[in-house]
Design a binder for this molecule. Structure first.
Ligand code: NAD
Ligand code: G6P
Ligand code: MN
Length: 445
């Protein structure tokens, strides 16, 4: 019998919460729950998701105690895990992050370039607050953090809360690995054993094997060269690929791959290697934030309200996907010592041999009850080393700017981003972002 665990989901009103709840319920044999709590700083938003999830839990796993709250003490007391996915400023501020750089023909993206920097300056406050609640009310708990931009958040928590039990994670490699599995005819991304190095939303695979040790790289490269991670003509049921903008991103991997055919890339590298293409293919008046509000957010909230008004979730369309699977799998590995191999964002300490030790890197780790142990990825080539060092410096400058309340350092961060053409353009964007983020950023001088 596995010992039952208690979990709080911070950002209970997130569009991803219901999916995680479905996954938790489906995994009661592998990760049994004593209690599940939701925490959010927006009572009304969280209530919509919580009312529906309460019905789902009552119908499918009534033994789990459930509570939704905006009180940090109630939320964070006696938990084993904090699963965090907050969005400081909401999708409305994401829209600003995306649209302001576009005014200057610069990439406007949630986590990359100026938009990601602006979001980072907002997120640090919220995530550090969650860590402090966790340390006060459940000092032995782990925080598994999806809150973006994960690389800036990871650097901030490394510097500001060096002893915190936080693991920052990303579902992009997970989704790409599912795409790879589809391409080579395996059932799941979990059937793949990989070597990968980089930063969050900024990395490369050097090896892809199946569980028997067979090299899948040649077949994958052949496919990626033609179609990126998109499907060939036979179709593909990866849920991310349902949306055209994601399909474009998966397909664009073809051109990223062409730059370095020795590795397979993370899709996010398109923002750094093809920023001109991205700007050209973005509608400055209707960005991804608008699509998310019109699609995922609307769908999830409509379905939650349906469940609540019907009083049953019997025929719900809410589903658990890879995003939910990954965080639940990680909690299981930490709880029950499974020694699974997972890509996590951790302090380098030599995992990438020729990159500074205190960079927060994304590498495979072995996860057990004791935490995580990064695997050594060795020395990396000059091209990737140069790119990574540039981007690590951007992320470090953002965190320094936040801590020192320094306009100058934030200007340097924007200037150094490969998405920004000059210090002059960086300053124009920064001034607009600062104005839009008055409520959220520390006051800079
Ligand atoms: P969302 O806006 O729907 O949900 C975020 C929730 O957090 C909202 O209910 C909001 O009220 C709440 N919130 C905001 N600030 C808070 C704070 N300080 N304290 C408590 N609650 C707070 O956003 P979403 O689209 O569902 O995404 C949620 C987060 O997950 C985002 O940060 C997103 O970037 C991130 N995400 C990360 C990955 C990854 O790979 N790391 C993958 C998917 C989503
Ligand atoms: C992937 C990334 C996340 C990012 C998300 C954005 O899952 O790993 O870090 O937040 O995409 O997706 P969206 O559908 O909100 O544009
Ligand atoms: Mn991510």
């Amino acid at each position: 019998m596995l010992e039952k665990k208690s979990v709080v989901i911070a950002g209970g009103g997130s569009t991803y919460t219901a999916g995680i709840v479905m996954m938790l319920i489906n995994n009661q044999d592998k990760f049994p729950l004593k209690s599940l709590k939701f925490y959010d700083n927006d009572f009304e938003r969280q209530k919509v998701v919580a009312d529906a999830c309460e019905i789902i839990i009552r119908e499918r796993a009534p033994e789990i105690e459930f509570v939704a709250t905006t009180d940090p003490e109630v939320a964070f007391k006696d938990v084993d895990f904090v699963m965090a996915h907050i969005r400081q400023g909401g999708l409305k501020m994401r829209e600003m992050d995306e649209k302001i750089p576009m005014k200057y023909d610069v990439v406007g993206q949630e986590t990359c370039g100026p938009g990601g920097i602006a979001y980072g300056m907002r997120s640090i406050t919220g995530v550090v607050e969650l860590i402090d609640y966790m340390e006060e009310y459940s000092p032995n708990a782990w925080m598994l953090n999806y809150s973006n931009p994960a690389s800036i958040v990871a650097e901030a928590t490394r510097v500001m809360r060096p002893n915190a039990k936080i693991i920052n994670i990303c579902d992009m490699p997970v989704a790409i690995k599912q795409g790879m599995a589809d391409i080579v005819g395996l059932k799941s991304g979990n059937d793949i054993v990989d070597r990968y190095y980089g930063l969050n939303h900024y990395g490369w695979w050097t090896e892809i094997l199946d569980k028997d040790g067979n090299d899948l790289m040649p077949k994958l490269k052949e496919h990626v060269k033609e179609y990126g991670y998109g499907p060939d003509t036979s179709g593909n049921d990866n849920p991310l690929l349902m949306e055209q903008s994601w399909m474009d991103t998966f397909t664009k991997a073809k051109d990223i791959y062409a730059v370095d055919p020795d590795t397979l890339p993370n899709t996010y590298l398109k923002y750094y290697l093809y920023p001109d293409y991205v700007v050209k293919h973005t509608d400055p008046n209707h960005t991804r934030a608008n699509e998310v509000m019109e699609n995922r957010e609307k769908n999830v909230f409509t379905e939650c309200r349906n469940i609540t008004s019907k009083g049953t979730a019997e025929d719900t369309t809410l589903e658990a996907g890879e995003h939910a699977e990954f965080i639940v799998q990680l909690a299981g590995a930490l709880s029950y010592n499974t020694h699974e191999r997972m890509l996590l964002i951790v302090e380098n300490n030599g995992a990438i041999a020729n990159i500074e030790n205190d960079a927060m890197v994304e590498v495979p780790c072995i996860v057990s009850k004791r935490g995580y142990e990064p695997l050594a990825m060795g020395k990396i080539p000059t091209f990737q080393k140069g790119m990574i060092e540039q981007q690590v410096s951007v992320e470090k400058l953002v965190v320094q700017a936040y801590m020192e309340k320094s306009y100058q350092k934030l200007w340097k961060a924007l200037t150094l981003s490969a998405t920004v053409p000059s210090a002059g353009v960086a300053k124009l964007i920064l001034d607009d972002l600062q104005e839009a983020n008055k409520e959220y950023w520390p006051e800079l001088s």
